[in-house]
Design a protein around this ligand. Structure first.
Ligand code: HEM
Length: 151
């Protein structure tokens, strides 16, 4: 039962994370308004919370499910998946810092300035993260089926 609950939480968090990133991509496409800037802050919070949940639940699955930790730490796709997840986390720092810097101006009921250079840099970071998610999902499918053991 625990394994089913952890699997459910893992999938739910992954869907929320993917959805939040997609929403950020759409919201950064056109001119920022007060509403879209606020939504970006909320989407980024959802992204952060779901990433933390994925990490905690992911490790809970590694240590508390039938296969055992040795299975995962001997799996190349698992190690690649963790590395891609870490890279995605690093790439999320720039957008998050930008969105958080808007809080004061949003409290004053004004839309933040978001010039073209900033916008395209932020969108590039989000695009790369979305691409990494595909790699993570491929690794998840491989590791769950015991493909690609090392040693
Ligand atoms: C964006 C990040 C992540 C996504 C999209 C993701 C996605 C998935 C998916 C789709 C599965 C099901 C695979 C299948 O049964 O075919 C899975 C399983 C799993 N994931 Fe993740 N995952 C992510 C992050 C993590 C992290 C950070 C960890 C570990 C710290 C982790 C550990 C696991 C484990 C242990 C399983 C169970 C595999 C099995 O059934 O043997 N995941 N993940």
């Amino acid at each position: 039962m625990l394994s089913a609950i952890l699997a459910f939480l893992h999938h739910a968090a992954a869907f929320v994370l993917f959805g939040a990133l997609m929403a950020e991509l759409v919201l950064t496409k056109s001119e920022l308004s007060l509403t879209s800037a606020r939504s970006l802050l909320r989407m980024d919070a959802a992204y952060g919370i779901s990433a933390m949940l994925l990490l905690v639940v992911g490790f809970a699955r590694v240590f508390h499910t039938e296969k055992g930790a040795a299975y995962y730490f001997g799996s190349a796709p698992f190690l690649i998946k963790l590395s891609l997840f870490a890279i995605a986390g690093l790439l999320s720092i720039k957008p998050t810092r930008e969105f958080l810097s808007w809080r004061k101006i949003l409290r004053e009921q004004r839309a933040p300035a978001f010039d073209e250079a900033k916008r395209s840099a932020i969108r590039r970071h989000i695009h790369i993260q979305l691409t990494l998610m595909l790699g993570i999902m491929l690794c998840a499918a491989l590791m769950a089926r015991g493909i690609g053991f090392v040693g």
